[in-house]
Ligand binder design. Structure first.
Ligand SMILES: *[C@@H]1O[C@H](CO)[C@@H](O)[C@H](O)[C@H]1NC(C)=O
Length: 137
C-alpha cells in the first residue's frame, strides 16, 4: 500500500466537499446516502466518528458484524446489489439522538491496487430540543 496515495485521497475527501447530510425523523428508518465510484469494492465500511467499532461492514458482499458497535445491533443494513452500482447507502432503523453525528462511508479495494474512497455523512434529527426530550430516557 502506498501511503502517499492514502493521504492524498484522505485530503481529497476533505477538500472536495464530499459531504452529505441526512435529516432523520426520530424512531423512523433513515437512509444515510453514500455514492462512491462504481467498481469492485472488497470492503465497504461504515463507522461513526465518535463511537467504537463499526456501524456496518460488507466484505465481499456479505455482512461482517463481528466488530459492530452494540448500539447498532439489528438496526443497520447495507445493500450488496446496490453497492455493485456504487450506491453504498446505509439504512438505519429506530434512529435516536445518540445516532446523531458524523459517519464515514468507506470503500476499499485491495487488488490489483489499493484504492480507498471515503465520504462523510452527517446525521441529524429533525425537530427541536423539545421534541427530542421525550426520547431521552
Ligand atoms: C440506494 O439503495 C437504497 C437501498 O436499496 C435505496 O433505498 C436508494 O433509493 C438507493 N439510492 C439510489 C440513489 O439509487
Amino acid at each position: 500500500m502506498k501511503l502517499w496515495k492514502v493521504l492524498l485521497l484522505w485530503t481529497w475527501s476533505f477538500t472536495t466537499g464530499q459531504e452529505e447530510t441526512a435529516s432523520c425523523v426520530p424512531l423512523q428508518t433513515c437512509l444515510l446516502p453514500c455514492r462512491l465510484d462504481k467498481g469492485k469494492a472488497d470492503l465497504i465500511e461504515w463507522t461513526h466518528t465518535k463511537m467504537f467499532g463499526t456501524v456496518h461492514v460488507l466484505r465481499d458482499g456479505k455482512d461482517e458484524l463481528k466488530n459492530q458497535n452494540k448500539a447498532f445491533r439489528g438496526r443497520s443494513a447495507l445493500f450488496p446489489e446496490e453497492a455493485l452500482k456504487g450506491n453504498l447507502s446505509l439504512q438505519l432503523s429506530q434512529v435516536t439522538l445518540s445516532d446523531e453525528g458524523t459517519y464515514l462511508c468507506r470503500s476499499i479495494s485491495y487488488s490489483p491496487e489499493f484504492i480507498l474512497n471515503e465520504k462523510r455523512v452527517h446525521l441529524r434529527l429533525e425537530g427541536d430540543e423539545k421534541d427530542f426530550s421525550r426520547f431521552l430516557q
